[in-house]
Every structure is written in structure tokens, then in C-alpha cells.
Write a protein that binds this ligand. Structure first.
Ligand code: CDP
Length: 204
């Protein structure tokens, strides 16, 4: 069975948590597409050009333990604005979306470019302040201490670049359901997403 759940949204909105929970709940595969851009950005920081880095991406690059830093997030957002980088990563994502047994992909352009025919499209958002707070706590748990104002500025700069680029900008697909998680805990947000997917499955 092919069944694609597309989840998009700005940095630290909760989309990764929701994507993982949906994949677990329904037994679907999950692809965090941000990791592809983070791994590409990481290799650029290591000295490759963006296009070289994207074309030469290997599975082991995705499991590096130094991808979840603010520095790599900014590098990811810069390489993500390069059209040739995006096209180098396209086939892998489309093949994953079409896998047998269902797929959840989260990113910025899943519902608009990667999976425009997805059975479920969610756009997950939250206020800038709550996203900065969540990401700050996440990084602190990994011993990366960042001040709140710096975190807020970092996320806003990345969102501006992601939404403003010419190729595959971050935006909600016209047929996406928006989930604002500002006042939701993880269980509430996950339940809302599970309900959307369950409803779409009954329509098949
Ligand atoms: O986890 P967080 O929301 O902070 O970011 P991420 O999903 O790991 O994505 C890192 C960066 O990759 C984003 O800021 C985007 O610039 C880029 N990205 C993209 O352009 N398209 C995607 N489908 C996924 C990520």
C-alpha cells in the first residue's frame, strides 16, 4: 500500500515529533528530510561545495552525531536555497514517499514539491517564542547552551531564508491542514495528527 503523509512547517514547530509518533502509530516509514540538508550543510562546513556535498551524500552522513547544532541548521538552510542541491536530493525523497507500507516525511516542501499528491498534508506551526523555548531546551539537554534571544534570532533568520527562497520555499500547500501547536502538549498535537490520518485511511 502506498500512503504518504506530508508534514511541513518552520523550525522547531513540533513536526519531527509528530512525524515520528505517526510513523510509530500506523507502522509507516519515517524520513526526516531536514537531515538530508543538515548532512549536506555539515559536509560544506567540512570543505565541500554544496552541490558536491549533496551529490555525494552517503547513508552514514545521516547518522553523524553533530547534525543537530544551530551552526549546522544555518548551513543547512543556506545549502537548501541552492536549486541543484534540492534536485540532487529529490529522487531519494520521492522514492521514500512511494515506499510500500506507508510513509511520513517531514520538511519544508513535502506537501508542495516532494509529495503534492499526499493523502494527508499537515502544516505544523507554533509561535516564534514557544519554538525558541522548545529548541533551547532540546539543545540544552544535549549540553548546547544558547540564550533565549539568540535562539529566537537564529530561528527567525532561518525561517526567513526558508520562506523567502525562490526554489521550493517553505509554505503550506493549499490543501494542507494547519496544526498550531503553541498551546498543545505533545500528546494533544499527536492525537490531532493521528485523527487526520485515521480519517484519510477510512476514505481509501
Ligand atoms: O528541525 P528543524 O525544524 O530545526 O530543521 P530541519 O527540519 O532539520 O531542517 C534544517 C534546514 O533544512 C531547514 O531550515 C531548511 O532550510 C532545510 N530543509 C528544506 O529546505 N527542505 C526540507 N524538506 C527540509 C529541510
Amino acid at each position: 500500500m502506498r500512503f504518504c503523509v506530508a508534514i511541513d512547517g518552520p523550525a522547531a514547530s513540533g513536526k519531527g515529533t509528530i512525524a515520528r509518533a505517526l510513523a510509530r502509530h500506523f507502522g509507516f516509514g519515517h524520513l526526516d528530510t531536514g537531515l538530508l540538508y543538515r548532512a549536506t550543510g555539515r559536509r560544506v562546513l567540512d570543505g565541500l561545495t554544496p552541490v558536491e556535498a549533496a551529490r555525494a551524500l552517503r547513508p552514514e552522513d545521516l547518522s553523524r552525531d553533530d547534525l543537530r547544532t544551530a551552526e549546522v541548521g544555518q548551513a543547512a538552510s543556506r545549502v537548501a536555497a541552492v536549486p541543484e542541491v534540492r534536485s540532487a536530493l529529490l529522487d531519494f525523497q520521492r522514492a521514500f514517499a512511494a515506499r510500500d507500507g506507508g510513509a511520513v516525511l517531514d520538511g519544508r516542501d513535502i506537501g508542495t514539491v516532494i509529495c503534492p499528491d499526499a493523502e494527508v498534508k499537515l502544516f505544523v506551526t507554533a509561535s516564534d517564542e514557544i519554538r525558541a523555548r522548545r529548541r533551547m531546551e532540546e539543545l540544552a539537554a544535549a549540553s548546547q547552551i544558547i540564550a533565549f534571544d539568540d535562539m529566537l534570532a537564529d530561528l527567525r533568520a532561518r525561517d526567513r531564508r526558508d520562506a523567502g527562497r525562490a526554489t521550493a520555499p517553505m509554505r503550506a500547500a493549499d490543501d494542507a491542514v494547519t496544526l498550531d501547536t503553541t498551546e498543545m502538549d505533545i500528546a494533544t498535537a499527536t492525537d490531532a495528527a493521528v485523527a487526520q490520518v485515521a480519517q484519510a485511511l477510512t476514505r481509501r
